[in-house]
Design a protein around this ligand. Structure first.
Ligand code: CA
Length: 226
């Protein structure tokens, strides 16, 4: 899953980037409203953290323009303490959730997990697919209760596949949702990561759909997601 952070405070930006990466997300950052607007319009993020007080273009205008342009990405806005009217204009512009500064990183992460799972149509906090289980709260995955040792990219790949299990996902889509914009994006490397992940979770769990991409599904005889 890939997150965009639009925040002009350098310290807070750095802190957000670190905590989001540690939690297993690919993270892009924009330090002003114009850059943030551009990125949100051109890259398919899974969620956005948007500060409202921004240089060049304020957060509410950024959000209004995204929504007018048909961008449905879940957006969590960051508002200043006591500015209740900011929350109102933020929600009216199309925000899905908000946090008032200062906030605890844990709360931001929990709110993002909720936004991401609602956007993908899940209600349970942990994901399962047959004997596979992934818990975004701990950034951990297991098969039959046995913990998997995954690199951060393997975890991100499995998270995305589990969020969209049963659907065929193209290599391009995976590249767009697993890597941040600074990453050297080569869709051939996806094949390598899928190969490594298969070795860890079982060869048959990720099906290759020729010419189209990959699909994660429970094995025959395994229960589907409750
Ligand atoms: Ca600000």
């Amino acid at each position: 899953m890939r997150i965009l952070v639009v925040e002009d405070d350098p310290d807070l930006s750095r802190q957000l980037k670190t905590s989001l990466s540690d939690a297993g997300y690919a993270v892009d950052h924009a330090a002003d409203g114009e850059e943030g607007h551009y990125l949100g319009e051109n890259e398919p993020y899974d969620a956005v953290v948007l500060d409202l007080g921004l240089p060049k273009m304020d957060g509410v205008s950024v959000l209004e323009q995204w929504r007018r342009g048909g961008i449905t990405t879940p957006v969590l806005i960051l508002t200043a303490r006591g500015a209740w009217s900011e929350k109102v204009s933020g929600f009216d512009a199309g925000a899905d959730d908000y946090l008032t500064k200062p906030f605890h990183t844990e709360e931001l992460l929990a709110r993002l997990r909720a936004l991401l799972r609602r956007a993908a149509g899940h209600s349970a906090p942990a994901l399962s697919c047959g004997a596979l289980r992934l818990d975004p709260r701990a950034a951990r995955a297991s098969v039959n209760g046995e913990p998997l040792r995954l690199t951060s990219l393997e975890y991100r790949l499995l998270h995305y596949l589990m969020m969209h299990q049963g659907r065929v996902i193209s290599r391009t889509e995976l590249v767009e949702h697993l890597y941040d914009q600074d990453f050297d994006r080569d869709s051939n490397t996806i094949e390598v990561f899928v190969g490594r992940l298969r070795k860890k979770i079982g060869q048959d769990r990720i099906e290759t759909v020729r010419g189209l991409g990959y699909r994660l599904a429970p094995l025959h005889g395994e229960a589907t997601e409750a």
